[in-house]
Design a protein. Structure first.
Length: 409
């Protein structure tokens, strides 16, 4: 059967052994059977593997010439592992009968493709209370959402800018979400790094939130140490080699997640995919470097990535001090702070920022507005008088704001 016509899915399995290291033995068995599989070591000497199977449960392997063969059943593969004293947990649905009866492979509903699931019990740390994570949000937002985020999570938020990009950096053990004011804010790329003692870069994940598409979830390091059991470069049939490589690259669903992002999210899909590809077949090497490469694929400036990964990110720091203080700070910061950084160079925004940097001029403009409002309140027209009242109120509020700004200079 031509490789391009093969329909299969990847089953993530747990390989358990009483020996110190099951990985080497598992690799040897899979290599002897020439299975198109990937393997990596797990905790406690066990191994984790991904194995391609067809809809009828046949394990996909190669013959001596490098062509696909379909004569290896899941039962035969289990028996080969059992002969070495190794348990091969395929995560087969118990309703399908005895896992050793050679029936079709069907993943257990509790299994997760992204975390090499296949174990029968949920790990204890997944049932525990939320653990602290270091969060870095990259976006085109200015500082307004950083002020609100600091209040919501009750922790300091560091804010930095680089060109039309900004960084919010904070640590929290609370449920949190990226705040967006409008579609003009565009996509928000959020890096989450667990903090159980030292930084857990291997467990870091990235959420990409866009107004026009569902949130994309990515784990750049989940496949980092996965190794092909066969040498891809030595497979004589190009179609078989390409199928094998594609299986290893696309097994964690990264390509589908990238494709699901709308056109409004600018991303170099080739670079992003390479940052999630196993190192053994050309992926970016190193836990931290893979995170850097993945963020860079979305256009995030290296200066902000460095700050996000540093112990001290620098920049302005916002702290939560109650809603009253947050609202007051937003008023004092001015309308221009709510404008996305991509629009900061527009004439009206530049004019507002120019005036804000000159409080005396701003106070003079507000005084003129007050005088105009008072004059309109004496008009015979009800509409003019109403508009005059609005101008007076707005001018008085502005004068208070200008007075506070001048005191803080």
């Amino acid at each position: 059967m031509p490789a391009e016509h093969v329909a299969f899915h990847v089953v993530y399995v747990s390989i358990e052994s009483a020996a110190d290291d099951a990985t080497a033995t598992a690799e040897r068995i899979l290599r002897d059977e020439r299975v198109l599989a990937g393997v990596r070591a797990a905790d406690g000497g066990d191994a984790l593997a991904l194995i391609p199977v067809t809809e009828d449960g046949t394990v996909i392997a190669l013959d001596a010439e490098g062509r696909l063969r379909f004569d290896l059943s899941d039962r035969r593969l289990r028996e080969a592992f059992a002969a070495e004293g190794i348990i091969l947990r395929l995560g087969v649905d118990e309703r399908a009968g005895d896992p050793g009866d050679g029936g079709p492979l069907s993943p257990d509903p509790s299994d997760s493709v992204d975390d090499f699931a296949g174990a029968e019990e949920i790990p204890a740390h997944l049932l525990a209370e939320p653990e602290p994570v270091r969060v870095a949000e990259f976006s085109r937002r200015s500082a307004w959402a950083a002020r609100i985020t600091a209040h919501l999570i009750g922790a300091p938020v560091h804010y930095r800018e680089s060109g039309t990009w900004s960084l919010y950096r904070y640590a929290t053990d609370r449920a949190h979400m990226a705040l967006s004011g409008s579609r003009a804010d565009g996509a928000i790329i959020e890096l989450n790094i667990p903090q159980r003692g030292p930084m857990q870069y291997d467990e870091a994940w990235v959420e990409v939130t866009s107004p026009a598409s569902p949130t994309g979830m990515f784990w750049p390091n989940s496949q980092r140490l996965t190794r092909p059991v066969l040498d891809v470069s030595t497979i004589a049939v190009p179609e078989s080699a390409e199928l094998y490589r594609r299986m290893l690259v696309e097994a964690d669903g990264t390509q589908d997640e990238l494709a699901g992002l709308s056109g409004g999210v600018g991303v170099d899909q080739v670079a992003a995919l390479r940052a999630c590809t196993p190192e053994a077949i050309g992926g970016v090497p190193g836990e931290v470097e893979r995170l850097r490469a993945f963020l860079t694929a979305f256009g995030v400036p290296s200066e902000l990535i460095d700050a996000a990964l540093a112990e001290e990110p620098g920049g302005e720091v916002f702290t939560g001090r109650g809603w009253g203080q947050v609202i007051g700070d937003l008023l004092l910061s001015g309308w221009s702070e709510t404008v996305p950084l991509t629009r900061r160079q527009r004439p009206l925004v530049r004019a507002a920022r120019w005036v804000r940097q000159r409080p005396l001029l701003g106070a003079a403009i507000s005084t003129s507005e007050l005088a105009g409002g008072v004059a309109l309140t004496r008009s015979r027209s009800k509409v003019a008088r109403g508009f005059g009242v609005v101008l007076v109120i707005d001018a008085l509020i502005d004068l208070v704001i200008w007075a506070v700004r001048m005191r803080r200079r």
